[in-house]
Design a protein around this ligand. Sequence first.
Ligand SMILES: Cc1cc2nc3c(=O)[nH]c(=O)nc-3n(C[C@H](O)[C@H](O)[C@H](O)COP(=O)(O)OP(=O)(O)OC[C@H]3O[C@@H](n4cnc5c(N)ncnc54)[C@H](O)[C@@H]3O)c2cc1C
Length: 459
Amino acid sequence: MTPLQTDIVVIGAGLTGLTTAHYLNKAGKNFLVIDRNPFVGGAIQTASEEGFTFEKGPSTGVMSNETVGELFEDLKDICTLERAADTVNKRYVLKDGRWEALPSGLMGGITTPLFTLYDKFRILGEPFRKAGTNPNETLAELVKRRMGNSFLDYAIDPFIIGVYAGDPAYLVPRFALPKLYNLEQKYGSFIGGAIKMGREKAKTQPKPKKKESNRIFSVEGGLTNFMKALQQSAGADKFILGINNLTITPENGHYTVKGINFQGEEISIHAKQAITTVGAHELEMMLPFVEKTTLDKITNLLYAKVVQVSLGFKQWNGFELDAFGGLISFKEKRDILGVLFPSAFLKNRAPEGGAMLSVFMGGVRRPEIHGLSDEAILQYVKKEMCSIMGLKSFNPDLVRIFRYREAIPQYGADCEARFAAVEALEKQYSGLYIGGNLRNGIGMADRILQGKNLAEGVK
Ligand SMILES: Cc1cc2nc3c(=O)[nH]c(=O)nc-3n(C[C@H](O)[C@H](O)[C@H](O)COP(=O)(O)OP(=O)(O)OC[C@H]3O[C@@H](n4cnc5c(N)ncnc54)[C@H](O)[C@@H]3O)c2cc1C
């Protein structure tokens, strides 16, 4: 078969690859996008069944950088951004089997039972504690040093479970939470730093008309509509889907991408540049020309295994769903990581009077849950839902279980070597760009920003 010719080939049509494609198209570039799946969106997939609309993977993003708003502005005629209702600002954390609202102000901070009295007093001294000097200090060590054990257990641990399905004793803030790390390094304190940064911003930047930063977003009808809109804006004819056994090989100043389509035929593409947006674990097969010692530094990235259980109730008779959801510290020794309440803050997710919930399980500290049977997973869900969600009996009208073996990358101390290996590889092989969630952040906003930067970075 004659190879297809293009300037740029993008591997992966998840959020990162689709955003890259959108910006490549905007810049008038000649490109193709290839994916193993017969559909676009990667981890982002919405389903609508029996009156419920639910996400199989990511449920919401945070508008944590300006590119997110800019992208939605580009897509405004073909998809409608949905800003979450204000309910989303309330979050619960489980302590001793009871949901407690995470405090947002000073009064709440003083009265909350989540933190010990000792730590509440100790926090007053936070601005005066010395900045850390170990660049590979873990998040757990950092928080214990600056704020105390109860903040680690009942604020940071649930937060990290919600974002990374991770373990604060593994994650290194320099890579996993760079904004937090920089607050301490630049200003010497989280509290003092946040205040000073706010003042500096107010001086140097015009006040936004409406506070958009850090707003929680989805898309009307579900995030799949966002993925389809990106595909449409990039040009549907640019996508070659359902391609397996994909390899990239440098040859005479270009890259040859080979794979097998659903009919079992080989496809071959010649491109001047190749951009990968797949997970680290995919690169060993995809880049057979790279030395194993270099590749190992990239592919050894730990991913959290996650199980997501979508539960639909036509009539909700449990705990009042007046929040984003509830997260559970590992210390509570529960069999679920948390529950999100999407129907409490997004439109049309459940029938009137009903509820759509998303239960998360597994994570880096309970990886075995991923391998359990559906029956065993549901036993755990049933037990926990009756215990903490105020349900007398467990009779959901809809149950769907989704398993992710490589869900969320864990940015630990090995990041430094990984990033150096990626940079060295890109330098050695001109025109090869390694994107994806192995660097530049894990959230939807990070993926969007990386996609834009990848598109702008190609020559
Ligand atoms: C269960 C789950 C829940 C999450 N929840 C949230 C959330 O609520 N908020 C948030 O901000 N972030 C969340 N994330 C993180 C992040 O936003 C998503 O993972 C994001 O959608 C990742 O986009 P991506 O394009 O980088 O990767 P992916 O979506 O994984 O896309 C990669 C694409 O590459 C393709 N591919 C992989 N290997 C190959 C190969 N060998 N050949 C060809 N194609 C290949 C895949 O088919 C896929 O389409 C969640 C992630 C998971 C897994």
